[in-house]
Design a protein around this ligand. Sequence first.
Ligand code: C2E
Ligand code: CA
Ligand code: CA
Length: 757
Amino acid sequence: MKSLALAFKQSKKLIFCIAAAYILCVIVCAIHISDVSKDNAESVKEAVEGDISLAVRMTQSIYSDVADYVKTCADKVASAGEIDINTLSSILASADSSNYFKKTLYIHGGHAYGEDGIDNSEQAKLIMQTILADGEMMKRNYFIDSQDAAGQYDLLIPVKVTDARGDEGIFVAVYDISEQFKLSTYTAVQENVQLYMIGGDGIILADSKNDSFKDKKLTSSNFFTRLLTMVDGSNSSKTLVQELRASIYKKEKHEAVLNSKLLGTDEIYVDTISIRDADELAFICMYDFKSLAASKNKTVTRTWFVLGIILLATLAANIFIWNYLRNVTSRIEKMAYVDDVTKGRNLNYFRNEAMNIVKQYSEMPYLIQRFDISNFRYLNEAYGHIRADEILKACVDIYDEIYSDREVCVRMSSDQFVTLTINDTDVDKKRDHYEAKINEFARSKGIRYPIRLKFGIYQIRKTDTDIDVIVDRANVARKSLARSKTEFLAVYSDNIVQNMRKTEAIEADKEKALQTGEFKVFIQAKWDIINDCVAGGEALVRWIKADGNMVFPDEFIPVFEENGFIEKVDFYMLESVCKRMAEVKEAGGTIYPISVNQSRVLLNNPDYIEKVKSIFEKYDVPREFVELEVTETSLADNKEHMIGVLNDLKNEKVRLDMDDFGSGYSSLNLLKDMPFDVLKIDREFFSESITSSSSTLILQKIVEMASGLGIEVICEGVENQQQVDLLKEIGCKRVQGYFYAKPVPMEDYIKKYCKVG
Ligand code: C2E
Ligand code: CA
Ligand code: CA
């Protein structure tokens, strides 16, 4: 889990790094492209200016040619001497045929003369009016509406003439300026650049019909009116337009940058260039710098576009990878943090969370509880794993129901649980309530078997930091209960640790102890209370260590039963007893039957019968000299099998004692089904009988019934005369207890009772 979290963290870092590196690249590229586009923008401007100046120069030169030619024609009239109609007509005809002009006129004496004489046409009248209106202040050019098409203008170039007689007239050439304009601008001016030729206070004589400035609102025939429609209307913009207008009168080249909301751009360049020698005749060039720069800069645009696509694609890829990783991680986290059986949290979660909670609520005293269900195996076998799993799930659910959200319970494995629980004053009550609720649930599921939880508890200290260590400590406490049938709760303590160490030492030293003969046979005599004499003995193992310290079976037998070593000990005891009794018999001593304890583990060994037989045969011990003791509880587990084993022993004529009768769930049925010769009544059962009359009665009935079945009864743990008297009263003939004899080394027993040694 840790490595998973780390992997995700690292991937996150990696994604961040890639994204950062990418954004850096984009910024560098953007700066670069912006430089390139700036250069390009500059070069676009230069190109536009170059184009315009070419167009202006062409127009300029043609205008001066035309103006010169008009002058030449005028000079012809002036130098013609006497002007008569014919001379005038021929001069005008030759001018007209030059193809420079649409037509030529000579205004004299209130008439306009054309090549055909007096021209009384409306156009001629208009020309005459226009030119004569200024009188002496005649300009170098005038403009009139062209008859050819609406919105088109003709340029009039008038030249004053004084003829030979001293009469004054005006020679006028009508020039098709729009045609000329087209010629000048057709190839020279770039797309997206609008070029206007204006005259007479802004009248548009011709334009380059640029689409980008075509707008319905820009319909005025006056350029400056159009411009005012187009700009944002602010005072500063109006001033700029006025300055442009003035520049034409001053014949200055002028440039302004305007902001047009109408066209959606803030960088409209307007340049005015006056035509030399012409009055009010000027070029105006107008272009949207940005779109021009952009359209002229397709590579840059394309690069921006590609960069944008890559940016989006990378962003999308990063988002996708990010989401994917997040999803995968959350799925794995879920898998890693959820317990399959209980659907609650699992140990991984607990390990991550427990210490966080403890730190967060540091003022709270916290416990770790490790618990399991005693005899869970039985629950599984008797009720099936589905119902057993329901109980496991209930353990978590009920915990969550009863305890606060600052407390956690998770299943670790099989029937093992761990909890983080607040150690308040109610902790014990709550634990009992918890267990009661689980039992309630079990009953509701038809499970009648009582569910007992075994708790190992560890009180977390401020100095504890490692969750695994503290869970282990709670587990050490829990394990200390493993062999106890009566204790269900243990708190971690030094004592428990010491015991744990002892157990470990027992495990480690056992083989060597067996080889070096540290296991010794002790015998406790059994007594005939009717005749007051010895009636036999029970072999009890003692572990006498090299240093002389004696270890009692209560300490090591449960350990050996768990690890199976008890088999070796039991056979060792049986063989030692058989061997010694054979020797005693050989030596002519008195033999009383000695019973030897046989553990449940031993009885499950398939070679058991053979081995017992071989020991008996090896030492040729009469069967009545040695008895085998089997505890009542070891029979309960696998009854059929045990009956089989006991019957096999019986067939070998081995005498059998049922040990510890009355210590477990006593069943007289066992006596009926199993071939026992002796019934040993447990010390606990017997001591109760002393104080309770009903127990005495039961004891009496057991003795009677056993006698009826031909089974001998021995009462264990007799410690005083009072007990002996009671036993006599109820018909018990034999006893075993400290009142008569304590367990003593076998050699002492032999010396004392067998009269050899
Ligand atoms: P057990 O078979 O019930 O043995 C009787 C135990 O009661 C012995 O304890 C004995 O010393 C004790 N005892 C006898 N009379 C009295 C009395 O008047 N008062 C009291 N308080 N105790 C009395 P021990 O020797 O410590 O053995 C304990 C248990 O260990 C035995 O109980 C038996 O179950 C097991 N055990 C002992 N030796 C062997 C062995 O060789 N093999 C196996 N499998 N188990 C053994
Ligand atoms: Ca015994
Ligand atoms: Ca016993």
